[in-house]
Design a protein around this ligand. Structure first.
Ligand code: NAD
Length: 482
């Protein structure tokens, strides 16, 4: 079965940047092709902007900032309500675009990418309505003001959601935004910009500059007119962005990689916890920063857990993401596929046992960047597959002896973004979660909350997105003594 071709849409053939409230050609006129990872065919084009375009975008944002930040918050929120409405009207197209440029299966594109993005924007609007924009502290009046020009640099794995997680907070705060989306997935950002244009956001408040990270991203991080840099991506590039921005004393928020653990305590419901953990590892073909890529189980439960995990992974439908019923689409690119299969091959060479999947191509899928959902075990705590982010559909299962060891293993990587604890009751799971050095922990399958703070400990980054916390990343605080 070869992947079904998603029809190419006129909305995906783009060449312009959006600066100062209008579309304009880039200084160089160059464009790049966007690949559909399921078909390996070009599915659209995008601007290949450069440093001069970044410069123009920062100028437009700086010019727009004073009046945008001076608006009463409820007037800014009314503008953002219009943006949300314009996005909702494009919901189906956004889903189709996510399928085409990420390779996410339809259901995942709809629920995890687009609807979650809209939920996050709604939660920002609610939080901004409740925020203490001014408060009295003794003889002081404390004011919260937009930080200035915010450069937002985003990755390819959830291209709409990641952008909304940043610009929702930034625009609600009164900052003016320059967005540099990921090279591999610029089309969702173009559709978002169409919605912003339709919603009559004041010119210059939002600017879109798609282009290479080391050119446009770095120009933004270094630009003296940029006050805040909000970056989501790899730890390696995040460190570079922070170093470049440091010279200008900018505020820097980093949402980086993860190696999160799902911890099954003795007495947890294996039949619920194991399949849910496999799903969380495989969601979006494992290209999720919060993916639970390690499953920690009591040694006595190891065989049962491996059996459940292998059966669940083996039953996942891998294939054309545009076909309803597909669980896993391809990974985003040929390079990503090589990276992921390289991790699997090296783990196997180092003695890991593959209990489901493996590095070879899934049967019947000769084209597309497909990887089989893979479960490995027999891995040492220091093994590469346990320590490093794979960003593909790979789960490592590790046994532990005693809860203290489980906590040590869960905390035993440089990362700390997410995780889960499954216990016989909520209190025992919460007690363990309190000891995990990580930003989000789901207790016994607790659901994602778009109003709760999101971000990492350690090398998973700093700063928080979503809800009130995501707005505060883009606020300055001023005290007037009366
Ligand atoms: P990446 O770091 O390669 O790129 C991220 C963004 O940075 C892209 O827009 C890229 O163009 C830009 N960039 C690259 N070099 C740059 C430079 N020198 N200066 C400025 N910008 C530059 O990451 P990716 O491959 O797009 O995404 C995958 C990574 O993102 C994974 O490690 C994943 O864990 C992480 N991620 C983290 C979160 C989170 O919230 N913590 C969310 C999603 C993805």
């Amino acid at each position: 079965m070869s992947a079904r071709r998603t029809a190419r849409r006129p909305e995906w053939d783009r060449s312009a940047v959006y600066i100062g409230g209008r579309w304009r050609e880039t200084a160089s006129g160059r464009t790049v092709e966007v690949e559909n990872p399921a078909t390996e065919a070009a599915t659209g084009t995008a601007a290949d902007a450069g440093a001069a375009d970044a410069e123009a975008a920062v100028s437009a944002a700086a010019a727009a900032f004073p009046s945008w930040s001076a608006l009463p918050p409820r007037e800014r929120l009314a503008v953002l309500e219009r943006v949300r409405g314009a996005l909702e009207r494009r919901r189906d197209l956004l889903v189709e675009t996510t399928v085409a440029e990420v390779g996410a299966p339809l259901r995942v594109a709809r629920e995890a990418h687009v609807d979650t993005g809209l939920d996050v924007l709604r939660a920002y609007l609610d939080a901004a309505g409740d925020l203490a924009w001014e408060e009295r502290v003794g003889n002081s009046l404390v004011l919260r003001e937009g930080i200035g020009v915010a450069a937002c640099i985003t990755p390819w794995n959830y291209p709409l959601y990641q952008v909304l997680a940043k610009i929702g907070g930034a625009l609600a705060a009164g900052a003016a935004v320059v967005l540099k989306p990921a090279e591999l997935t610029p089309l969702s950002a173009y559709l978002l910009t169409d919605a912003i244009d339709e919603a009559d956001v004041p010119p210059g408040v939002f600017n879109l500059v798609p282009g290479p990270g080391r050119v446009v991203g770095e120009a933004l991080a270094a630009h003296p007119g940029v006050d805040a840099v909000s970056f989501t991506g790899s730890t390696r590039v995040g460190a570079r962005v922070a170093a470049v921005a440091a010279a200008g004393i900018k505020r820097v928020s980093l949402e980086l990689g993860g190696k999160s653990a799902s911890v099954l305590l003795p007495g947890a419901d294996l039949e619920a916890a194991v399949p849910a953990s496999v799903d969380a590892a495989m969601l979006n073909s494992g290209q999720t920063c919060t993916a639970w890529t390690r499953l920690l189980v009591p040694r006595a439960d190891l065989d049962a857990a491996l059996h459940l995990a292998a059966a669940h992974a083996g039953a996942l439908v891998v294939g054309d993401p545009a076909r309803p019923g597909t669980d896993l689409g391809p990974v985003v690119s040929a390079a990503q596929r090589r990276t992921v299969t390289g991790f699997i091959e090296r783990a196997e060479a180092a003695g890991a046992r593959i209990v489901a999947g493996g590095a070879e191509r899934p049967a019947g899928l000769p084209r597309g960047h497909y990887v089989r959902p893979t479960i490995v075990t027999g891995v040492a705590p220091g093994a590469e597959i346990v320590q490093e982010e794979v960003f593909g559909p790979v789960l490592a299962v590790q046994p532990y002896d005693g809860v203290e060891e489980a906590i040590a293993l869960a905390n035993g990587t440089p990362y700390g973004l997410a995780g889960a604890v499954w216990g016989p009751d909520r209190d025992s799971a919460v007690a363990v979660a309190r000891r995990l050095r990580t930003g989000q922990v789901d207790i016994n399958g607790g659901a994602f909350n778009p109003a709760a703070p999101f971000g990492g400990y350690g090398r998973s980054g700093n700063g928080r997105e979503l809800g009130r916390w995501g707005i505060e990343e883009f606020l300055e605080t001023k005290a007037l003594q009366l």
